[in-house]
Design a protein. Structure first.
Lengths: 434, 130
């Protein structure tokens, strides 16, 4: 027995997908095995802190989950009023002490692919991944997304039913499917990170840190697929973004844009790790969208002061990103970089190409960027108008406060006699807090 | 993405609806069923029905901060009868749920087609960077 300490919870979570892999394969039932491992996890969370960690924690989890599985099968049999002989046969299916022999290092990877199956909606894939691979409890996941536990339990249960119905076998996808399926996995991890990073404003300290969970899963994916440049790129992107976390919120939970952040607060260790990962990934020669985004984040992170930012390099990276992974959001960010290199008029010209894009119609970011560029060219009235439109369209309160205060700042300066402040406000800050 | 679905169907001074037992039961059963479906689909965050307008008060702070209540409303004033908060993948899904609720049965079992106001809750997902 080892006493329970700060790192134990982490250990327990790492073990969850490994135990699940063994149980799912042994009983050939992913859906039931996932429930059984969840029950074993909850049992571990109650017992281990009190009684200490068993000598073979993974074996313990497998044993407890397998016992639940056996009970389940037995109950099922009783319900069907089958012969007792069958129940005895089930008894022999119960795991022996030599449970480790069933371990397959690919189990966690198989689980990642399953939970992020493209047949699932993104919210179900996120929930299932956090539970089955992340080893989190339903209550923790529900709390992170601010929905009732019963609702989250249903969402997970339905996700598992979809997997069952789709007949995905418990094995790695074929090489043919692999690229598409990996893209789905990376997208789910990216969404988890984004959700955590964007909601990590102020008062939510009681909530599970989804950004950290996403990075943990990213590290796990990186360990399983060490040669994949995009997996490394995604982990680098998360690290290089998360490094700015402490600097992006002010004392009143207000968002602080990149250019106004106190760069001393940036996490140097995360930045170095991210840059190192990215350099190794880029040297592999298969550049993808996560590596490019990480590269952009790295250029920002490497600038000691705002004015040192290498905008021409960021612009070049966005041009590449536009080719590799075109989307209106990328075009929008490209317009910002173009404005920083060639002046705001160039940026505004690029924005006009987005006006007709239905995917971005009514999106606050388009108005927020336009407002910022209009401010840069000195069209104060229009800038105020677009900051206000953007504020009315965002569904994030910190974002809304930021945009309203941008409009208010411009309006104050127009009315106020203090011209020095007007000059200062012309210094460029990014159109969105990040 | 979370949405609130608001059913603004009550009017001041209208009192309890004057429906037959059968119609009332059908209406209640419909609403219960709707909530059950939303729970099972993993989309329900909250659902509440509110008291009748007779119990409504408008409260303002007086000069000393003490509450000043006002409770006689013009008959035309609409009141919130109840609301749902759902967590769904798309706005279209929120509209579909609202349409379902709107078609709750009224007198004689005919669909009420009540107006349901649908608005995003300010807890929106982060802007996607891609």
């Amino acid at each position: 027995m080892t006493p329970w300490d700060m790192t134990s919870e982490h250990l327990l979570r790492e073990l969850a997908p490994q135990a699940l892999g063994v149980v799912a394969r042994r009983f050939r039932d992913f859906v039931a095995a996932e429930d059984a491992v969840q029950e074993a996890m909850i049992a571990a969370f109650t017992q281990w802190p009190r009684e200490g960690i068993p000598d073979n924690p993974r074996g313990w989890l497998i044993q407890v989950a397998s016992r639940r599985m056996t009970d389940r099968v037995r109950n099922e049999i009783a319900r069907r009023e089958r012969e007792t002989a069958v129940a005895r046969e089930v008894e022999t299916m119960a795991p022996s002490v030599d449970i480790e022999s069933d371990m397959d290092p690919d189990d966690t990877l198989i689980l990642l692919f399953m939970c992020c199956h493209p047949a699932l909606t993104s919210s179900s894939a996120i929930a299932l991944t956090l539970r089955a691979v992340g080893g989190l409890t339903t209550a923790e996941i529900a709390n992170a997304f601010l929905v009732p536990e019963a609702t989250m339990a249903q969402r997970i249960s339905r996700a598992k039913q979809s997997i069952k119905a789709s007949g995905v076998p418990f094995r790695l996808p074929s090489p043919r499917e692999r690229v598409e399926r990996l893209a789905a996995v990376l997208h789910v991890l990216y969404l988890i990170f984004n959700e955590g990073y964007a909601s990590s404003v102020g008062a939510h300290l009681q909530r599970l840190d989804l950004a950290r969970e996403a990075m943990r899963l990213g590290r796990c994916a990186k360990a399983l697929l060490p040669d994949n440049a995009e997996v490394a790129g995604l982990l680098a992107l998360m690290l290089l973004t998360d490094a700015r976390r402490a600097a992006r919120t002010g004392p009143h939970e207000d968002l602080i844009p990149l250019t106004k952040q106190d760069r001393n607060l940036w996490d140097r260790a995360e930045i170095s790790e991210g840059i190192e990962l990215l350099a190794a990934a880029l040297s592999k020669g298969s550049v993808g969208m996560y590596q490019l985004q990480a590269a952009i984040a790295a250029v920002h992170d490497e600038a000691a002061r705002v004015e040192d930012t290498d905008w021409p390099q960021i612009l070049a990276l966005y041009e590449l990103l536009k080719r590799v992974s075109p989307s209106p959001m990328v075009t929008l960010n490209h317009a910002i970089a173009a404005a920083m290199v060639h002046g705001p008029s160039k940026g505004l010209e690029l924005l006009r190409t987005l006006d007709a894009d239905a995917r971005l119609a009514g999106h606050y970011r388009l108005d927020a960027v336009r407002a910022h560029l209009l401010e840069m060219v000195g069209d104060r009235e229009s800038a105020i108008e677009h900051y206000r439109i953007a504020a009315g369209r965002t569904t994030s309160i910190p974002e809304q406060n930021y945009l309203i205060s941008q409009a208010a700042r411009l309006a104050d300066n127009t009315k106020g006699p203090d011209t020095s402040r007007r000059v200062r406000s012309r210094s460029s800050s990014p159109p969105h807090p990040s | 993405m979370k949405y609130i679905l608001m059913m603004n169907t009550m009017r001041a001074g209208q009192g309890l609806p004057n429906w037959s037992t059968k119609d009332l039961q059908a209406h209640v059963a419909f609403m219960k069923n709707l909530n059950k479906d939303l729970r099972e689909s993993g989309e329900l965050v909250a659902a509440e029905g509110l008291s009748f307008p007779e119990q409504a008060k408008v409260v303002r702070a007086g000069k000393d901060g003490a509450p000043i209540t006002d409770g006689v409303f013009p008959e035309s004033k609409e009141f919130l009868a109840g609301f749902w908060i759902v967590d769904v993948e798309t706005p279209e899904r929120a509209y579909a749920i609202a349409a379902k609720a709107s078609a709750a049965p009224g007198p004689g079992g005919a669909a009420l087609n009540m107006p349901i106001e649908v608005r995003p809750v300010m807890s929106g997902p982060p802007p996607e960077m891609l």
